[in-house]
Design a protein around this ligand. Structure first.
Ligand code: G
Ligand code: G
Ligand code: MN
Ligand code: NA
Length: 256
């Protein structure tokens, strides 16, 4: 099976779609934005999860084309919702970048093209980069982040707490948001240690003037603990699973 051909065909045949998971402000319960999550409904093989096809796309180099498609589509979608739901927005759209995408030389141009091509306001776009991808080459990352920030977009460190950030780098990276990895959030109730880790990350974010999002929030108990800690934003099945575009539209229409 030729994965590269398969991936290319997936885009042409519209087998690839984006789902959107709401990110909620804990201060007022409003939707702050959405994370775009790629889904592959393969015609013969059924659903293939991103944990499988993203690494394949990286190996074959198809990640460049796929990433371009994701970014462009997510930006276009957000222009539409920000136009149709001015009562609730403007929303931010978070787009994941793999390590390989983040080191792509023409990333800045790709982002610029997506913004100009869709008309999305730059400060409505947030790129999510994992802590480990950022730390792979911290100096090069700092430089790439500076170029991205010149576009006036936002940057979120994904899966925070699972990599090895040196605090001195964190301080010099021009980032906007820390997203606390779900492994810590999901274990808060059972494991006192993880509750303290979440509290410490929230405090760190506060001191560095960064927004903080807890991901993987599934229970009202976790939500209560996050509120008590003073965590600003949350994302997880408790609020909503990743939704199809039709279901996001329905949700926003109901919220009016
Ligand atoms: O949605 P789900 O939990 O299955 O996502 C699994 C992983 O795939 C997550 O780490 C997520 O960041 C990643 N992922 C989902 N969509 C994209 C995408 O469009 N681009 C990249 N690079 N990663 C994605
Ligand atoms: O690595 P990244 O944070 O980009 O991945 C986000 C993934 O987390 C998505 O695949 C999404 O489906 C998943 N996710 C979102 N909310 C929850 C949740 O409450 N519980 C679990 N187990 N997974 C979640
Ligand atoms: Mn993410
Ligand atoms: Na994550």
């Amino acid at each position: 099976l030729d994965v590269e051909t398969d991936l290319r065909r997936a885009l042409e045949r519209h087998e690839m779609v984006l789902n959107y998971q709401p990110i909620v402000s804990l201060s007022d319960g409003r939707i702050r934005g959405f994370e775009a999550l790629a889904r592959w409904h393969h015609a013969e093989r059924g659903d293939i999860p991103p944990s499988e096809f993203i690494p394949l796309a990286e190996e074959t180099g198809m990640i460049v084309e796929l990433g371009q498609w994701v970014l462009r589509n997510a930006c276009a979608q957000m222009v539409e919702w920000n136009r149709d739901f001015t009562d609730q927005g403007p929303f931010e759209i978070s787009v994941n970048l793999s390590g390989r995408q983040f080191t792509q030389l023409d990333l800045v141009r790709m982002v610029t093209n997506s913004l100009e091509g869709t008309g999305l306001q730059a400060n409505c776009l947030k790129l999510e980069i994992t802590e480990s991808a950022l730390m792979e080459n911290a100096q090069r990352s700092a430089q790439m982040l500076r170029h991205l920030k010149e576009l006036d977009i936002k940057v979120c460190v994904d899966d925070f707490g699972t990599g090895y950030s040196s605090l001195s780098y964190l301080h010099t990276f021009p980032i906007d948001t820390l997203k606390i990895d779900k492994s810590f959030v999901q274990d808060m109730g059972r494991n006192r240690h993880n509750l303290e880790i979440v509290r410490t990350i929230a405090l760190l974010a506060q001191n560095l003037r960064l927004d903080v999002i807890a991901e993987g929030v599934e229970t009202p108990e976790q939500l209560a603990q996050l509120r008590a800690i003073g965590c600003g934003y949350a994302q997880g099945f408790l609020f909503s699973r990743p939704l199809t575009t039709e279901n996001v539209r329905r949700l926003l229409a109901e919220n009016r």
